[in-house]
Design a binder for this molecule. Sequence first.
Ligand SMILES: [Zn+2]
Length: 277
Amino acid sequence: MCNLFLNESLPPIFPMNDEQLLRYSRHILLDEIGIEGQDKLLSSHVLVVGAGGLGSPVALYLGSAGVGRITIVDHDRVDATNLQRQIAHNVARIGAFKAESAAQAVAAINPDARVIPVMQRADEALLDQLVPAADLVLDCTDNFATRHAINRACVRHGKPLVSGAAIRFDGQVSVYDPRSTQSPCYACVFPESDLFEETRCATMGVFAPLVGIVGTVQAAEALKLLCGVGQALTGRLLMLDGRTMEWSEMKLARNIACTVCGTPTPTPTPTITTTAD
Ligand SMILES: [Zn+2]
């Protein structure tokens, strides 16, 4: 179904109409964004994978900020245990697909933002279809297998990835940008071969506003990258301990031996030996 939308061009956005100039006036007033930056947002296409705790604030802020096209992928449906933290959903939409529920929440805020809900699991094939069409990807998922699949697709297609994670009271956020030769990818930092303990919100506790804090940082990094504002979190892992509300930062380096973005080891040329009788 999403094929229908991939090559569909956005309606012309120049110039912004009076309603848009008013709606985005607080962005336009910022020297770093202005009309030019807001135009970039309106003509951007962002892929959000996951419409849960992180995906909710991401979708709402990208939508309210005027990102022109937002594809949201999530195969799951809203249930009552989600509503403690997944702020794009509500009681009336329990049982609905999260991607559709998030699309409705954005539509109620900003009709400029066209949200394309995709109710499928984000597997390799789907990501290879969706990632090339996006300017930027946000990983708002809760499991390593999908995180690695998203990372591989972003490296393959050269798209910046804004990655967030939140569990219990701990949050992490970073940007992996394959357009920069210096930037690590997600697998440079969390190798695919490593056995991490899988701690998912589905079975573990998560402090409600934590996903809001991390998701909002993800949205901010995405908007900055789209407008070219400031310095992105590329090469830096920002970590939050919500118990003490202390942020710490770790510098991240690219791993040249990374199985995803590293230089492949050249296959040795077979040597032909001749033996003389
Ligand atoms: Zn890598």
